[in-house]
Ligand binder design. Structure first.
Ligand code: ATP
Ligand code: MG
Length: 376
């Protein structure tokens, strides 16, 4: 066990890193963040900020020497960076687990190898791959860049082969996946923590609403039928075992109108849809990440209250700050801001959780609070 007082390393300075830093410091650990941005959400609150590129060998050497264990908040850290650190210190998740999730085609092949279904797709690497798409492939579909996508970036809806050609050219012919668009009944996700000895604890299944490809709200408990929730948890656990994953991770699922539960994406880190755990579970997903990294037993994941989480994008900022006073006038609204200076449309600036005796009440308060806080 790596006990409080020890120093932990975080690769990446975003909001997920920031919430890890807070959880770790609360428990008495020191945290060093490696991040190239001088003003990052995690870097500004860390005990130490190494301001360097993720691939800077001198910086990585320093991180390895100073830290008893290192983790990440960002799946696009080159796997080679983690394997470099693995030679020198404890690293979770492993470079191997991370590399299975960095490319959508590799990720889908891995998920399918476990007997888990994904949305029907074809790999697109050349214009010839588009000519070769069989008539049985159903449109509409979504063309997604295979690497470096997030929050719906690098994606285009296609209704025909010509649309696919245009979108592929717009993406400069990078490696892509063309995915059938599923008629969604709902979207759900599961966040879990897995220890080195393979013990898994699952947070309750979350129900998610996306707007323009970006998460807008998460509701827990979800309205998904028990059988589908259990199926999602079983699949997520199988994926975690298959990756020999150590730490907190999430799996996003599509639930189709036909009742199929299809794996969408693996997040090898805490997940935006797990932010409800900060206020509505005995242990948060970030505390769980600290516990798994340090070889401590996992904390209790039980839900302590129905909850609705709402993301705060830069869009709700105006010429002034949003009306925090109205949001905070309700005693069960919990605000989390990430310390980002500049509010841009689509940029995740923070979130709030609404706790209430029932989901219906939480949803109503959350919707009202979200409307009321929008800046002028
Ligand atoms: P993030 O990493 O933030 O989750 P991302 O850019 O990796 O986003 P995806 O998860 O692939 O993107 O897609 C974002 C959202 O777009 C999904 O949550 C869903 O709402 C919608 N979407 C994506 N692919 C499909 C699909 N095949 N069928 C239906 N909806 C889809
Ligand atoms: Mg996603």
């Amino acid at each position: 066990m790596i006990l409080p007082g020890a120093t932990l390393g975080m690769l990446g300075g975003g909001q997920l890193g920031r919430m890890f830093v807070t959880a770790a410091q609360t428990m008495g650990y020191k945290v060093i963040v490696l991040e190239p941005d001088v003003n990052s959400p995690a870097g500004i609150i860390a005990d130490q900020h190494i301001c360097a590129e993720y691939t800077d060998e001198g910086a990585l050497q320093q991180l390895a020497e100073q830290c008893d264990a290192v983790t990440t908040e960002f799946e696009n850290i080159p796997a080679t960076v983690l394997s470099f650190l693995e030679q020198k210190t404890v690293v979770h998740p492993s470079s191997k687990a991370l590399s299975s999730t960095q490319n959508r085609l590799v990720e889908k092949a891995f998920i399918e190898s476990l007997g888990i279904s994904v949305a029907p797709y074809v790999a697109i690497r050349t214009l010839e791959d588009i000519d070769a798409i069989s008539d049985s492939f159903k449109f509409p579909a979504i063309l997604k860049a295979a690497s470096f996508g997030y929050d719906g970036k690098g994606q285009a809806v296609c209704h025909s082969l010509d649309d696919v050609r245009n979108a592929f050219n717009s993406l400069k012919q990078v490696e892509c996946v063309l995915e059938q668009r599923i008629n969604l009944e709902r979207e759900i996700s599961t966040v879990l923590a897995r220890s080195e000895s393979g013990e898994i604890t699952n947070f309750p299944v979350a129900e998610n609403v996306h707007v323009n490809g970006i998460l807008h709200s998460t509701t827990v408990p979800s309205s998904v039928p028990e059988q589908q929730a259990l199926a999602a948890i079983a699949m997520a656990d199988k994926i975690a075992d298959g990756l020999a994953y150590v730490g907190t991770m999430a799996v996003e699922f599509f639930v189709s109108q036909e009742g199929d539960v299809l794996a969408n994406e693996i997040a090898p880190r805490p997940h935006n849809s797990g932010h409800f755990t900060l206020d509505a579970c005995e242990t948060s997903q970030f505390e769980q990440q600290v516990r798994m990294l340090c070889g401590l037993p996992s904390g209790n994941c039980e839900l302590t209250s129905p909850v609705v989480m709402i993301n705060l994008l830069g869009d709700v900022w105006g010429s002034t700050q949003p009306h925090w006073d109205t949001l905070l006038s309700q005693p069960h609204n919990k605000l989390h801001l990430y310390g980002k200076k500049e509010a841009r449309p689509g940029r995740k600036m923070g979130h709030f959780n609404v706790l209430a005796p029932s989901i219906e009440q939480a949803a109503e308060i959350a919707a009202g609070a979200f409307e009321a806080l929008k800046a002028d």
